[in-house]
Design a protein around this ligand. Structure first.
Ligand code: ZN
Length: 212
């Protein structure tokens, strides 16, 4: 990969598994502004999420003491076909839950399963959120709508929109397109990175992005 320094890098990580602990360490090491988006169902108990387990309340508090926390709804399921009352519960109950657990205001939301639409945006605004992140990749800026924050690359997943490239190569391609005005927004599910053994590849990317 070509080296490119002075790039503004931000990150957001979803789902609230114990892989977030390792991610938090890495984000601190490379000094990346980061939001962790958690669904509030993780507080219900100890079902396993793939290779990682859910964060305990104590671990949530630890991460929240160093990072901004956002809501990823209550259940992290598609909200496209939900009734308004159900959507409202998903966005309001999760906001209140994480405010109570972390003691910080919860202002940002990450749409579960590409659930963004005009109704969702309106309901989020009404609930007091100030921003929401999509799962759209291939962008080098956040976009103009704070309720439609765009991303650059999803880490750990070789997505269809990468057109037969692995995520590492897609990231390389985006770095080549970036300039000093770019915001390079990496995101994903830390448990994917754990599952596919991609920590080293992520760290290599961070080294290039931060010029270290
Ligand atoms: Zn999710």
């Amino acid at each position: 990969m070509k080296e490119k320094v002075n790039l503004k890098v931000i990150a957001s990580w979803d789902d609230g598994t114990t892989a977030d602990l390792k991610m938090a360490e890495m984000m601190l090491k490379y000094d990346i502004p980061t939001i962790f988006y958690w669904p509030s169902y993780i507080s219900r108990g100890n079902e396993l999420a793939m290779t990682s387990s859910w964060l305990s309340e104590k671990q949530c508090k630890e991460i929240a003491s160093r990072f901004e926390i956002g809501s990823h709804s209550v259940n992290d399921i598609s909200m496209k076909k939900m009734q308004i009352a159900q959507i409202s519960r998903e966005i309001n109950d999760s906001k209140k839950h994480w405010q109570d657990v972390t003691g910080q205001p919860i202002n940002s939301f990450a749409y579960p399963k590409n659930s963004m639409n005009p109704l969702m945006k309106a309901l989020l605004k009404g609930a007091g959120y100030t921003s929401a992140r999509t799962s759209l990749t291939g962008f080098l800026n956040n976009g103009t709508d704070p309720f439609e924050i765009k991303c650059t690359v999803q880490i750990g997943i070789d997505r269809i929109d990468y057109k037969n490239k692995c995520w590492e190569l897609f990231a390389e391609e985006m770095i080549a397109k970036a300039n000093e005005d770019s915001v390079f927004h990496i995101f994903g599910n830390p448990w994917d990175i754990e599952t596919f053994g991609d920590w080293e590849n992520l760290e290599n990317l961070l080294k290039i992005l931060t010029g270290r």
